[in-house]
Structures are given as structure tokens and as C-alpha cells.
Design a binder for this molecule. Structure first.
Ligand code: MLT
Length: 265
């Protein structure tokens, strides 16, 4: 994907802007990944849609800020990016996992810019105290030991057993994404996720058309939990994808892209 650098105030964001069509689709990657996790959507949807695929603050070649980057800050960055790209029509925001946490905040803070939502392999609940503590420890380890050592244990949790056994290209792509991210950026996002609120109480009010997508083997945001999210939202449809874990857009790209096409009409 060809990347552009766009200044959004205190940092430059690297973003791919491609595709044809009137309906802009903004893709928001998960943690600790980057824009390349959407490679199959860039290939499969560019003929019909304008695709905006950024690296979030602290990821890929985007600028890094130290400390904590909250989900609210990420959402505001995306709104500024849309301003800079002069995209004024309502967008479809498609976010995976951390990208979904950011999507909730985008809805709350920039609802006027949001036409539709696609929520992939994400959660509305906040963390338990144990998970929150583990995030803060990981943030320290990323700085002291490097991204590769600190994030390696995550890798096999991200995908279905069938992907781990039979799709080495996906595993290698995920590894590359992780190790190329700046430690300070990964740590800042991890601290931000530790601070994120429980948004379960918002679900009934999010009345934009929404597609909720989950890999059937997702152990991080399991299908039962995502089904409940969809059931609580007034205009949501739930789709469970075979042969996929937490990385459903990569692991079963064909079915994922079909579901998106059908949803967007
Ligand atoms: C992600 O894929 O973005 C992460 O699993 C999110 C998280 O750590 O909660």
C-alpha cells in the first residue's frame, strides 16, 4: 500500500488512501499491529470504495507520543485526519479489537461523521483488575525488553488453530507488524487500553447501521460475547466467520469482504 504522511497537529500520520467510490471506509487496526493487517480489504474493496487506512499514533511510521495514548485521543486523531483529507461525508468506520475500542469513542465524540460501523473481534466491557495490571506490566516490558520479546506470547492467541498450523504467511505477516512498531508507541497504547471505560451502557444508544463480525475461534473477544454486543445494539447484524480467530479480516478475507459488501449494499 502506498503511504502518505499527513500532519494532524502534533504528529504526522502515515496513511494509505486508495480506491474509487462515494462511500469512504476508514479502517482502524488492532494492537500491536499496523495498517497492513487490512491488506486483503485494500485489495478486495478498492474497486468500489474509497479506503482510508492509517497507522495509528505510535504505530508503523506514524509519529509517536510518550506516556499514555487514550482511546479518546486515537478517535480524535482520526477525526482530524478526515478533516485534513477533506472528507466531510459520513464514513463507515471498521475497527478491529483496539480499533473497536476506538470506534466506541469515535461514535461518542464524532457521531456526526459516522454513517455506519463495522466492529470486528472487539469488546465493550472493560478489563478485570488482573488484565489491567498485566497491561501495565507489558507496557514496561516493551520498553525494557523490546517489542518482539514482550509481544511474542500474544501471537498464537491472535489466530485460530487452523491458521497457526496451516497459514504461515499470516503468522509471518503478524510478526512483522509487531516487531516494526516503536516500543514507546506500543506501550502508550497498552496504557491507554488499561484506562478505557466500560461502554456496555452505550450499546442501546448506538443507532447507526452496524455489522458485528467475529471469527468463530476468537478466544480474546469470543463469538458469544460479540453476539451479545450485536443484540444490545438497535441496528446491528452479527456474522460469525469460519476458519478464523481474532484476526478475522486476514484469516478469512473472502467471507469477511463478502459480509462487508453485503452490509454496505
Ligand atoms: C487487539 O487485537 O487490538 C488486542 O487484542 C486488544 C486488547 O489487547 O484488548
Amino acid at each position: 500500500m502506498g503511504m502518505r504522511e499527513i500532519n494532524i497537529g502534533d504528529i504526522d500520520m502515515s496513511v494509505s488512501v486508495t480506491g474509487q467510490g462515494r462511500k469512504p471506509l476508514l479502517f482502524v487496526h488492532g494492537f500491536p499491529l499496523d495498517h497492513t493487517m487490512w491488506v486483503e480489504q485494500a485489495a478486495g474493496l478498492a474497486a468500489t470504495h474509497r479506503l482510508i487506512i492509517p497507522n495509528l499514533r505510535g504505530f508503523g511510521d506514524s509519529g509517536v507520543t510518550l506516556g499514555t495514548v487514550t482511546m479518546e485521543q486515537f478517535a480524535d486523531d482520526l477525526a482530524t485526519l478526515l478533516d485534513r483529507l477533506e472528507i466531510t461525508e459520513p464514513i463507515t468506520l471498521c475497527g478491529l479489537s483496539m480499533g473497536g475500542y476506538i470506534a466506541w469513542q469515535f461514535w461518542r465524540r464524532h457521531a456526526d461523521r459516522l454513517g455506519r460501523l463495522i466492529l470486528c473481534d472487539t469488546r465493550a466491557a472493560t478489563d478485570t483488575e488482573e488484565v489491567r495490571r498485566a497491561r501495565l506490566i507489558m507496557a514496561e516490558q516493551v520498553i525494557s525488553q523490546g517489542v518482539e520479546a514482550a509481544t511474542a506470547p500474544m501471537l498464537e492467541k491472535l489466530v485460530a488453530p487452523s491458521t497457526l498450523a496451516g497459514k504461515p504467511d499470516i503468522i509471518s505477516a503478524l510478526k512483522q507488524m509487531m516487531i516494526h512498531n516503536p516500543p514507546e508507541g506500543v506501550a502508550a497504547a497498552q496504557r491507554g487500553m488499561a484506562e478505557r471505560p466500560d461502554v456496555s451502557g452505550w450499546l442501546g444508544k448506538i443507532d447507526v447501521p452496524t455489522l458485528v463480525v467475529c471469527g468463530e475461534d476468537d478466544g480474546i473477544s469470543p463469538p458469544e460475547e460479540m453476539h451479545e454486543i450485536a443484540a444490545a445494539m438497535p441496528q446491528a447484524t452479527f456474522v460469525c466467520l469460519a476458519d478464523a480467530g481474532h484476526m478475522s479480516p486476514l484469516e478469512n478475507a473472502d467471507d469477511f469482504n463478502d459480509a462487508v459488501r453485503e452490509f454496505l449494499g
